[in-house]
Design a protein around this ligand. Structure first.
Ligand code: GUN
Length: 282
C-alpha cells in the first residue's frame, strides 16, 4: 500500500506557483489577486477562508476578503461581486459556500465573471468542463486528478466509482475522469446497494461526509482509494469517508485524510488564480 501524499505534492505545486509569481512580477509588474467572499459565522467556512488567505500570502498573491454578516441582503452581495468583476487588481473571485438559505446561490455564481471564476462553479465553465474544453475546473476534483497523475495512476479504461454527486465534487470529478477516458459510475444517496458498485471499481473516489461509509468488505484487492470526505468525530478529530485502517490493507494506493485531497484543493485554487492572472496579463 502506498499513500497518495497530497501534502507533499501541494508543497511542490506551491513552490512552482511562487516561482511563476516572481517571474510575472518582474516581467509585467502584475501581482495575481484573489478575492474571497465569506458570509456568516460558520466556523468551518471561516477556517477554510483563513487557510486560503495564508496560502495566497505564501506564494505572493494579493488577497482580499469580504466578510459579511449572516443577515446581508442578496443585493448587497451582488453589488460586491459586480465590484470585484470590475476590479483590475482581482484575477480570481471565490464565494465560500454554503451561503445562508435566504440567498440565491445560483444567481451569485452566475454573476461572477467566468474569466475570474477560479472555483469553476459558473455554468459557463461547467459546460466547458463537460465538453472537455479549457476553462476553470473546480479545485477539489482537479487536485485529485493531479494527485493521481503524480503517482502515475492512469485512469484510462479503468472502472471508476465516484460516490457523491455534488456540483462541487462528484459531478466535476466524474467529468474529469470521463475526459481522461475512464469508465465512470456515479453513486449517490439514492443508490441501491452501494457495495455492488464499489466492489466492481478499480478506483473509488468518495466525497460525501459520512464517517466509515467505505469499509473493507466493499472494495476489491489492490483498489485505489481517494477519500474526499471531511467530517469531524465526536472527539473533534477530522476524518474522511473511508475506514482507513482496514481499507488501506486491501489498497494499492490510498489518500490519508487529512493530508490527502485537502491540501490539493488549496494548491489548485492557487494554480487557477495564477492561470487567471496570466490570461489577464496578456
Ligand atoms: N465549500 C466547500 N468546498 C468549497 C469549495 O471548494 N469552494 C467554495 N467556494 N466553497 C466551498
Amino acid at each position: 500500500m502506498q499513500l497518495l501524499d497530497g501534502r507533499a505534492l501541494s508543497k511542490k505545486i506551491e513552490q512552482k506557483v511562487s516561482d511563476e509569481v516572481k517571474e510575472l512580477k518582474s516581467t509585467c509588474g502584475c501581482t495575481p489577486g484573489l478575492a474571497v467572499v465569506l458570509v456568516g459565522q460558520d466556523p468551518a467556512s471561516a477556517a477554510y477562508v483563513n487557510m486560503k488567505k495564508k496560502a495566497c500570502d505564501r506564494v505572493g498573491f494579493y488577497s482580499i476578503s469580504h466578510e459579511m454578516p449572516e443577515t446581508i441582503s442578496q443585493e448587497a452581495i451582488e453589488k460586491t461581486i459586480i465590484g470585484l468583476n470590475n476590479d483590475s487588481n482581482v484575477d480570481g473571485i471565490l464565494i465560500q459556500l454554503p451561503l445562508p438559505p435566504h440567498i440565491d446561490t445560483t444567481k451569485l455564481l452566475e454573476l461572477v465573471d467566468p474569466a475570474k471564476d477560479v472555483d469553476g462553479f459558473h455554468p459557463y465553465n461547467v459546460g466547458r468542463l463537460v465538453t472537455n474544453l479549457d476553462g476553470f475546473v473546480p479545485c477539489t476534483p482537479l487536485g485529485v486528478m493531479e494527485l493521481l497523475h503524480e503517482y502515475d495512476i492512469d485512469v484510462k479504461g479503468k472502472n471508476c466509482c465516484v460516490v457523491g454527486a455534488s456540483n462541487i465534487v462528484g459531478k466535476p470529478m466524474a467529468a474529469l475522469l470521463l475526459n481522461a477516458d475512464a469508465t465512470v459510475e456515479i453513486c449517490h444517496i439514492f443508490t441501491d446497494d452501494l457495495k455492488k458498485h464499489t466492489l466492481n471499481a478499480d478506483i473509488i473516489l468518495c466525497g460525501v461526509g459520512v464517517i466509515n461509509l467505505i469499509t473493507e468488505d466493499m472494495v476489491k484487492d489492490d483498489v485505489v482509494i481517494v477519500d474526499i470526505g471531511v467530517s469531524r468525530t465526536k472527539e473533534g478529530k477530522l476524518v474522511g469517508d473511508v475506514d482507513f485502517e482496514n481499507v488501506s490493507k486491501k489498497s494499492s494506493y490510498i489518500t490519508p485524510s487529512p493530508g490527502g485531497v485537502g491540501p490539493m484543493t488549496i494548491a489548485m485554487l492557487l494554480s487557477n488564480t495564477l492561470k487567471a492572472a496570466k490570461i489577464n496579463a496578456k
